[in-house]
Design a protein around this ligand. Structure first.
Ligand SMILES: [Zn+2]
Length: 174
């Protein structure tokens, strides 16, 4: 069974990274293939239980794909279309349980709302210059580069990073 990986440094980015090899259509795999897989991912990502059904899975996938679109546009220096994530955020706030103490934290029971709040939290961050897409060929995974010299290039240096090093090595040998 596929081992979930949490390399994004943020729940919203880990949600985006439930699509593997998204920039290589021949290899793209949606890891949230069933409601049960989503419930498992959500539980390990958040520690919360989810009663997932097919309708919820569709809504989560849509939120994920729209979030990827927003982040990709941002990384390309293009103005992102934020309508969908705004609407999802508004809807989530409507169902949220606000905290009674400061700082304010908002949580929502419904997984799709919980995730929409996480997406909004990500997009509100002032450090979005740390947002990166893995340099690995076809990978497309997203992460926050929190290294001191902003030098992180790979989702995982032992994975995409290693493949790139091997490729560079065989190019030099050729
Ligand atoms: Zn990668």
């Amino acid at each position: 069974m596929y081992q979930w990986r949490y390399l994004g440094g943020h729940l919203a980015l880990d949600l985006c990274n439930t699509v593997s090899w998204r920039l290589d259509p021949a290899r793209t795999v949606d890891r949230l293939g069933t409601a049960a897989l989503f419930a498992d991912w959500f539980r390990t990502a958040t520690g919360l239980r989810a009663e997932a059904d097919h309708g919820m899975l569709d809504r989560v996938r849509l939120l994920r794909d729209e979030t990827i679109r927003v982040v990709d546009a941002h990384l390309a220096g293009e103005p992102p279309d934020l309508r969908f994530v705004y609407d999802a955020w508004r809807e989530a706030l409507h169902h949220a349980r606000p905290s009674e103490r400061l700082p304010i934290t908002v949580t929502a029971d419904e997984p799709v709302h919980h995730l929409a709040l996480a997406v909004a939290e990500l997009l509100h961050r002032p450090d979005l210059s740390a947002l990166r897409r893995c340099d690995g060929e076809g990978c497309g995974w997203l992460f926050l580069d929190t290294t001191r010299n902003h030098s992180r290039r790979w989702c995982d240096s032992a994975d995409c990073g290693n493949r790139a090093r091997v490729r560079a090595y065989s190019r030099r040998r050729a």
